[in-house]
Design a protein around this ligand. Structure first.
Ligand code: NAD
Length: 491
């Protein structure tokens, strides 16, 4: 049997008190790499205790010490960059370049956190009244928790803990039970950089751990990234227990192609958005809208590009253009969605159920459906796989109206040579992240990752200054030291 993983609590590897576990598989082969313990509320209690204890000294550590550890962490992440990306390929199935992108985006958050001394500076105003000064500071919250999905094993956890810790909090991470190995390695490197035990803890598991984190009185804030139903559940439960919560959910992102779009760069962007990471991205483009005469050209070019794609086991082939999806149930769900769409009347231009690599991996080929009705199930639900639907709205106005009816609000993209169309789209679409001639408008670490509607529950998003605000609270100190006060000291 594959090795059973341990939790990381107070700087020690500690076995879960639960006996249940869940396999971590290489999605390219189905091979079991490790067993994730499905920890329980008692394990969470132990982690909160360790994190609480560490908070008393970490929250008082000097600016110089915290910065030094963060810079050393960044250096170690660079030194282990390829190793981390290879580990990520094995447990997630991404291609090697995609895995490098996943780790790189995470490192960028650490770089942002390295600027903590500047980012955490408060404000001050002297002489508010005679002899009175006002100073504000951004204080840590206490023990924070992070719950992450399978699709970005490095980047999404690193949206959370580097900033939380840079702000003086201690942290408990619950990575996806499907991809815990990258998170463990990331934490080991932080320890090697000098992070004291108990500042970053990992409790593995699933729903039981999530619910225990949401209700634990010792936890001040919960960050969640995953599907919308679970995001909503976490937001509701943790808020009801008095915690600050940020919960990012799923999406249905549209790529809109106007007749005046530049064909080659548009095609490259669409292929990356729809089929990159096998479509398992919350910013994936899963509906392409061709307005007017753009539609036929878009269909033919995408079909041609699909025909040139190689699907290979990603842990053995760096040249693979697309990897498998995460597990057998994701593959079966996608196969069923393709079949249902065809039954509803969509035309199968390329069918991802065919011509698959002969392996035990969970491959779904790049799929393109045409004549997809805007009310069909496939155009409304998040698919999270390499399945792209082509719809043909009559006008830009009609397209915007449809996008605004999906209920989600992560990303939307327009390809056009017209500034007027780009402006109308950017202003009219109710999404938090808009691309103009850019396939995936996922913001870099200096900006917040700003989902709207059912793609986000809470007020302050991950990353950027919103991330700093989420992990801190403001203290205002008014002090009076005038001559009159000095004269009257003592009773
Ligand atoms: P998921 O919701 O199944 O799981 C996310 C986390 O919640 C995991 O740690 C999991 O163990 C836990 N969990 C799962 N079911 C639970 C339940 N019933 N109660 C409590 N906890 C539960 O998501 P996933 O399949 O791992 O990831 C894919 C989803 O994440 C997609 O919907 C994708 O759009 C979304 N996502 C969103 C963003 C974003 O920034 N908005 C980023 C990445 C992924």
């Amino acid at each position: 049997m594959a090795a059973l993983l341990s939790n990381l609590i107070g700087g020690e590897r500690i076995d879960s008190s639960s006996t249940a576990s869940s396999p971590v598989r290489n999605p390219s082969t189905g091979e079991i790499l490790a067993e994730t313990p499905l920890s329980n509320a008692a394990d969470v209690d132990q982690a909160v205790e360790a994190a609480r204890e560490a908070f008393s000294s970490w929250s008082q550590s000097t600016a110089a010490r915290r910065t030094e550890i963060l810079f050393r962490y960044k250096e170690l992440l660079e030194a282990h960059f390829e190793e981390l990306a290879r580990l990520l390929v094995r447990e997630n199935g991404k291609t090697f370049p995609e895995a490098q992108g996943d780790v790189r985006r995470g490192i960028e958050v650490v770089e942002f956190a390295c600027g903590r001394n500047h980012l955490l500076k408060g404000e001050s105003l002297p002489q508010l009244a005679e002899g009175m000064d006002g100073v504000t500071s951004l204080e840590p919250l206490g023990v924070c928790a992070g719950i992450t999905p399978f699709n970005f094993p490095a980047m999404v956890p690193m949206w959370m803990y580097p900033l939380a810790i840079a702000c003086g909090n201690t942290f408990i991470l619950k990575p996806s039970e499907k991809v815990p190995l990258t998170a463990i390695r990331l934490a080991e490197l932080f320890t090697e950089a000098g992070l004291p035990g108990g500042v970053l803890n990992i409790v593995h598991g699933g729903r039981e751990v999530v619910d225990a984190l949401c209700v634990h009185p010792g936890i001040a804030a919960v960050s969640f990234v995953g599907s919308s139903p679970v995001a909503k559940h976490v937001h509701t439960l943790a808020s009801a227990h008095g915690k600050r919560v940020q919960a990012a959910g799923g999406a249905k992102n549209v790529l809109l192609v106007m007749p005046d779009a530049a064909p080659d760069s548009t095609l490259r962007a669409i292929m990356g958005a729809a089929y990159g990471c096998a479509g398992q991205r919350c910013m994936a483009g899963s509906v392409v809208m061709g307005v007017g005469e753009a539609a036929d050209g878009v269909r033919d070019k995408i079909a041609g590009a699909i025909d040139g794609m190689k699907l290979l086991a990603t842990h053995e082939h760096d040249e693979s253009d697309m990897g498998p999806v995460i597990d057998a149930s994701a593959r079966d769900r996608l196969f069923a969605a393709i079949g249902d769409a065809a039954e509803e009347g969509a035309a199968l231009v390329r069918d991802g159920r065919e011509n698959l690599p002969g392996s035990d991996g969970y491959f779904v080929g790049p799929t393109l459906l045409d004549n997809v009705g805007m009310d069909m199930k496939i155009s409304r639900s998040e698919l999270f796989g390499p399945v792209l639907s082509l719809t043909r709205p009559g006008s830009l106005d009609e397209a915007i109206e449809w996008i605004n009816s999906t209920g989600y609000g992560n990303g939307a993209v327009i390809f056009t040579g017209s500034g007027a169309a780009a402006r109308q789209f950017s202003r009219g679409v109710n999404c938090g992240m808009i691309g103009v001639n850019v396939g995936i408008p996922a913001p870099m670490s200096i900006f917040a990752f700003s989902g709207w509607n059912d793609s986000f529950y809470g007020d302050l998003h991950v990353q950027g200054m919103e991330g700093i605000k989420f992990y801190t609270r403001q203290k205002v100190v008014f002090s009076r030291w005038d001559d009159a006060y000095a004269r009257h000291q003592g009773w």
